[in-house]
Ligand binder design. Structure first.
Ligand code: AKB
Length: 355
């Protein structure tokens, strides 16, 4: 592989797409604090001033715009990419084809750029991709209950556009890592599993709960919405039944796990996709805990049949043993500890300072 002379003068960078989203906020803060790389962040919308300060450069860019991405990334030697830009599950069901554009074509654009830079510099570009429990799919609630904790390769029959997109992009990532241009004369595909042009790594996130931000457009949003509404003293109508159970974790745990996976040596990873989660309460159990911490919380359950069906198609628990074995993943909190040590103190402080 040839190293471009031009390339030698380019600035090394860690590139983040969808940087203004919930995960982007946490990731930029963690990356800029600990690792101090030159972060180049993009989003469709202008990033907050606080976030911008932590990045070397920020750009308004659409992951679907291949030419704009090419022009932008030609200025850098991209070492790592955190590809966070995506349209979440509820929003994706409203405009499925647009979701496909963003979630799949956007990912192909990123993988292609990573592969070309990997070829140009003779060094694999690390691409860290957040997938989701939406990659799973059960045909019925009884199947979901019978399955219990699922491992990465079981029950992958998603029923949402978002889930199909995530599952397919996991496979695309594997293709770019191991088989990209496998018939080309100069291809390195298949020669050495640890030295392709793209080093693709993927975590399947459960529902995420942040004390700082409230998600939009997802179907696991009922837990963070319930909590933030209670902290604001607002009424909350939960759109799923009290017995609805899916896995969750807090945002700091998700960020820590993502960086832990990114930092693990390639040779220690036995798979491309890893489940992670910390606890799996039912919506009713979360509501009870919210009421312990916010006794005036006004939570009612008014299930929306269609969103309920999506939650019922997602697993009630994840088998995270591969992540534990290969890179030492370990949840920080139980649900109760997450409320006591992270969520409640931080949310309360924010609401006090905003009153
Ligand atoms: C969503 O609800 O769409 C996301 C997810 C589970 O990936 N939070």
């Amino acid at each position: 592989m040839e190293q471009s002379n031009l390339g030698e003068r380019r600035q090394p960078a860690v590139f983040i797409t969808g940087a203004g989203g919930e995960v982007g906020h946490g990731l930029i803060t963690a990356l800029s604090g600990e690792h101090c790389p030159d972060i180049v962040a993009t989003d469709l919308r202008e990033l907050d001033t606080e976030l911008r300060k932590q990045c070397a450069s920020t750009y308004l860019a659409d992951v679907c715009d291949r030419d704009a991405l090419d022009r932008l990334l030609a200025m850098y030697q991209v070492k790592e990419i955190y590809h966070l830009a995506a349209m979440l599950s509820t929003r994706a069901e409203i405009t499925p084809e647009v979701a496909h554009q963003v979630n799949v074509n956007g990912t192909v654009n990123i993988l292609h750029i990573a592969a070309e830079q990997g070829r140009m510099y003779g060094e694999p570009v690390k691409v860290v991709f957040p997938s989701s429990i939406a990659a799973y799919g059960f045909g019925s609630l009884s199947q979901k209950i019978a399955a219990g904790a699922v491992s990465e390769n079981e029950h992958c029959k998603p029923s949402t556009m978002y889930g199909c997109n995530k599952l397919y992009c996991e496979h695309l990532g594997r293709y770019y890592a191991h088989s990209y241009r496998q018939l080309a004369k100069d291809s390195v595909a298949g020669k050495d599993k640890n030295r392709g042009v793209v080093d693709f790594r993927c975590v399947r996130y459960p529902g995420l709960i942040s004390a700082d931000t409230v998600p939009t457009g997802g179907t696991s949003d009922f837990v963070p919405e319930m909590l933030h509404a209670a902290a604001r003293g607002e009424q909350y109508k939960c759109f799923v039944r009290p017995d609805s159970r899916i896995p969750f974790m807090t945002m700091p745990e998700a960020i820590e796990a993502t960086l832990q996976l990114a930092d693990t040596e390639r040779k220690d990873l036995t798979q491309i996709v890893y489940n992670i989660a910390s606890f799996n309460p039912s919506a009713g159990e979360v509501a009870d805990l919210v009421k312990v911490h916010f006794p005036n919380a006004d939570i009612t359950f008014e299930p929306d049949e269609r969103r309920q069906a999506i939650v019922d198609s997602w697993p009630s628990a994840l088998d995270c043993s591969a992540a534990q074995r290969d890179w030492g993943f370990k949840p920080t909190y139980t649900l109760e500890q997450a409320f006591e040590q992270y969520l409640v103190p931080r949310i309360t402080k924010q609401h006090e300072s905003s009153v």
